[in-house]
Design a protein. Sequence first.
Length: 317
Amino acid sequence: MNRAHLVTVIFISTLFLSTPRAALSQQEERLAVVSKYEGDVKVQHQTIWKTIKQIGNRIRNSAVYEADSVMTMHASAADLVFNDNTSLEIEEDTSLTINTREMSGDEITQNGFIRHVSGTHQGLCCRKVQVKFGKILANITPSKSVLTEFETPTGTASVRGTAFTLAYIGGVTSIDLTQGLIDFADAGNDVSFSVEPGDNIDISMSELGHSSISVNAGQLDISTDTGTLIVESGESTGVDVDADTGEVTVTAEAGTVDLETSTGTAVIEEGEAAGTSVDADTGEVTISSEEGSVTFETETGTVTIEEGESAGTSVNA
């Protein structure tokens, strides 16, 4: 071996050994693959868009890595399969991006994940599918180590072992759950709720702090800082949260909505709006009628609050 060749070999070996193994592994790890497609489908990897092509029995440009995006054009569709056999049927005119991250301690506790024998959480990850627009049918493989989140501009749906349809079209997130359970929180973390099988809902957000939620089928128990909203099939509610005061204003956009607080239940009929706040020191709940009249039911009786008026009740009242 001559001197020039020896120097080249030493340089390449040094370069390889100096590259962190974790970085190499991350670059090489494939998260998912497009198993079949029709029409015009593209994958973006490291800012470069490539069109998926069938060549013989192979599908070229079908691998999806960290931070990659998949986009289906008009009259096109694709099936995306992850390493754990989780699958997404991506309908036409859809764009999504895949990311992964390590789960936080709170996420592990809230979602019931089990520690490894060593006592660490190594290997527990969160897979986030950011749906920018379009529609997908998801079939999530049950897992003790992977939490899957679907994020739209409206909010985030956390799922495990779940089959459902999710769409984000025209500023509205639609969820139709057939199996499993979904925990949803809006983009401002002002409202949250669980979606059960048979529930079909629409969520929109005109601006941060204002959410509109419609229940097409099923029932939702929506948690806010001042109480729990009960919204049944055919009903719709708007929730406005004042970032400065913490006051929550609930509007019955369709049907009658109940707001259960620690001291009673406000019954808000269609077209009416109620403002609610809770005193952090005393626990006193204040209900005000912002539009129309609101009925407030407590253990001691029922009060009708006229527009522009308010009433306060405490836990010990």
